[in-house]
Design a protein around this ligand. Structure first.
Ligand code: PLP
Ligand code: COI
Length: 346
């Protein structure tokens, strides 16, 4: 395999060397297998092809300024995958199996960990899906768990902390009030694909979903959570139909440590007009600041009913939060809360 080029990367699949695969058959987990064969062999009646019993995670490992590799909060991902799998009524890997397979994947792909100077990172994508042959609408008894990775740059492919625009999705919902929004299942993303294509086609970077019952309150972006800064307060939505983001939870901790107040509460759309800074946060997007959010009656139409404007440059508070969290992940700042696992070179 040629030496990877880590410059100008976006959030995409860049070939790596190996993946790690384990199966749970009849309630018993197989030994994880490290393989460079990226083609999985699956029965065409596997549940995943029919009723989407699938959940996944996203986590990152970073080459630090000191040459040590830091893996950010993987046990939180393990716990969330366990909750997603429970929602789908299928087996999940234990926290120990989850974390050890991720570490095995990082070590096996060591030369694909982007160097510190590139600003990029190794994105881990653990995927769990039902694979026993079935036809009836049943949860999967048997599952395959695959951990793969890719050395990624910024989510948009643009400069770190460059601003983008978002549009509110009023005629496409993401997750129902009593639906699956709080779980990281592929089906949630399938629902957003068409709406995303419409938004991207008009040059928007992000799509902001509202609560499905009343369409009056902000939920989250299709790829990440929403946060806003108002004076000395970090504000983020409280809703049972959005994904509990590990980045957002970490940012709330960081915000408090920086002396900010933290509010987790319902946020009415019109409140956008009162915020100093708004952004998206998540593993893939880290913090991505927004310069404008358009409210449109439909994603297909040209009409914009209202635009909310913010600075063209990343705001100072978002910048401070970004510096602190990235500083911890890249070994520039003390890991006050013991969030990072140091991964040994194999
Ligand atoms: N919300 C959605 C819909 C996401 O896909 C993600 C990404 O994982 C997040 C929020 C952010 O979660 P985390 O910070 O755990 O990556
Ligand atoms: C992540 O941030 O890890 C995600 O999974 C978001 C991705 C769906 C864009």
């Amino acid at each position: 395999m040629p030496i990877p080029d880590f410059s100008h990367r976006s959030f995409s699949y860049y070939p790596t060397k190996a993946i790690v695969v384990a199966k749970c058959i009849g309630g018993v987990w197989t030994e994880p297998e490290l393989t460079s064969d990226f083609e999985l062999s699956l029965h065409c009646f596997s549940g995943v092809f029919h009723y989407a019993p699938e959940c996944f995670e996203g986590a990152k490992a970073f080459m630090g300024v000191d040459g040590r590799v830091r893996f950010f909060r993987p046990e939180e991902n393990a716990r969330r995958m366990s909750r997603s799998a429970a929602y789908l009524d299928m087996p999940a890997p234990s926290e120990e199996l989850f974390v050890s397979m991720c570490i095995q994947c990082i070590q096996a792909n060591w030369e694909h960990i982007p160097p510190y100077e590139s600003g990029a990172s190794l994105y881990l994508r653990p995927v769990l899906f039902g694979n026993n042959p079935q036809l009836g609408i049943n949860s999967s008894k048997d599952v395959m768990f695959v951990v793969m990775c890719s050395g990624v740059g910024t989510y948009s492919g643009a400069e770190i902390l460059s601003t983008g625009t978002a549009v509110i999705s009023r005629n496409y919902d993401r997750a129902a009030t009593f639906g699956s929004g709080a779980y990281k299942i592929g089906a949630n993303y399938a629902q957003s694909l068409h709406a995303y294509n419409l938004a991207h086609g008009q040059g928007y970077r992000e799509l902001l979903f509202l609560d499905t019952a009343t369409h009056t309150h902000i939920e989250e972006f299709g790829s990440s959570n929403f946060f806003a800064i108002k004076g000395d307060t970090y504000i983020t939505p409280d809703s049972s139909s959005i994904l509990p983001s590990i980045t957002n939870a970490s940012l709330r901790t960081v915000a408090e440590s920086l002396g900010l107040k933290v509010e987790m509460r319902p946020i009415a759309v019109e409140e956008l007009a009162t915020f100093d800074e708004v952004g998206s946060c998540g593993t893939a997007v880290v913090i991505t600041p927004l310069s404008r959010i358009d409210d449109k009656p439909t994603l297909e139409g040209k009409e914009v009913s209202r635009s909310y404007h913010f600075s063209e440059k990343c705001g100072p508070v978002s910048h401070k939060l970004f510096d602190r969290i990235i500083g911890i992940q890249r070994g520039l700042e003390e890991d006050t809360w013991n969030w990072c696992h140091i991964i040994e070179k194999p």
